[in-house]
Design a protein around this ligand. Structure first.
Ligand SMILES: Nc1ncnc2c1ncn2[C@@H]1O[C@H](COP(=O)(O)OP(=O)(O)OP(=O)(O)O)[C@@H](O)[C@H]1O
Ligand SMILES: [Mg+2]
Length: 209
């Protein structure tokens, strides 16, 4: 008799017409075709991670798990406590593993007090290629036309057909100075693009959207 090491477990998947065996070896597999990893995600620029991050493993797991399971996650905490550092490390983890096929976009909202000004930046940088705006048209986008800017941004998000993560880092100023507009902007984004998820860091809560 050959000696079988106790630690080795043999699992063989046999046809099981009586359905009495639970197969522990295979599945569940995600459905879908095999994908090549050669293609780079379209949005791929995130700030470098903090490589000496101390004592945040549990929070890091929590943030990643939350982002993968919810569409809007806010890391909230006191000034300087490490919200941005946590966000940077979480997004680098997800970027390295290509968990968002279209990629990750990282916006720092520091210094923005007006949602319109921020939306104009989004339109002129991100949405540009989609709407193929001429330089003059770009200039003509009125910064005070909230509805127009919002419809351009949401129009873009409606076209997104792969998973995308958008980070809004340091959102407290917009939440403080332009609360209603910024919250409306977030609400519209959430409705417009079911494939987009959002990670935010802020010293204050977002409140109910
Ligand atoms: N766990 C950590 N280990 C090592 N360094 C850290 C850690 N958390 C934060 N830091 C460092 O502390 C500094 C402040 O952190 P960070 O900018 O992430 O705070 P914050 O909560 O985003 O602050 P703010 O409210 O101003 O946005 C940064 O230099 C960051 O790299
Ligand atoms: Mg910060």
């Amino acid at each position: 008799m050959p000696v079988i090491d106790d630690d080795i477990e043999f699992n063989v998947a046999l046809p099981d017409p009586l359905k009495v065996h639970e197969c522990k070896v295979f599945g569940p597999f995600a459905s879908g075709a095999l994908e090549s990893l050669d293609e780079e995600p379209r949005f791929n620029e995130v700030p470098a991670e903090v490589d000496n991050l101390v004592g945040r493993q549990v929070e890091l797991f929590e943030v990643i798990h939350s982002v993968l399971n919810h569409r809007l996650v806010n890391i909230m905490g006191l000034p300087g406590i490490g919200k941005t550092a946590l966000a940077k490390n979480a997004v680098n983890y997800m970027k390295d593993r290509r968990l968002f096929k279209l990629g990750i976009i990282f916006f720092s909202l520091k210094g923005y007090k007006s949602t319109n000004v921020f939306m104009k930046k989004v339109v002129t940088n991100l949405v540009r290629e989609k709407f193929e705006l001429e330089p003059q048209e770009r200039k003509d986008i009125e910064e005070n036309d909230f509805e127009k800017l919002l419809s351009m941004v949401t129009g873009y998000f409606k076209t997104i057909d792969e998973r995308l993560l958008v980070v809004f880092d340091n959102a407290e100023e917009l939440l403080y100075y332009d609360n209603l507009n910024f919250r409306e902007f977030l609400t519209h984004l959430l409705h417009a693009g079911p494939n987009a998820s959002f990670l935010m860091t802020s010293r204050v809560t977002i409140g109910v959207l």
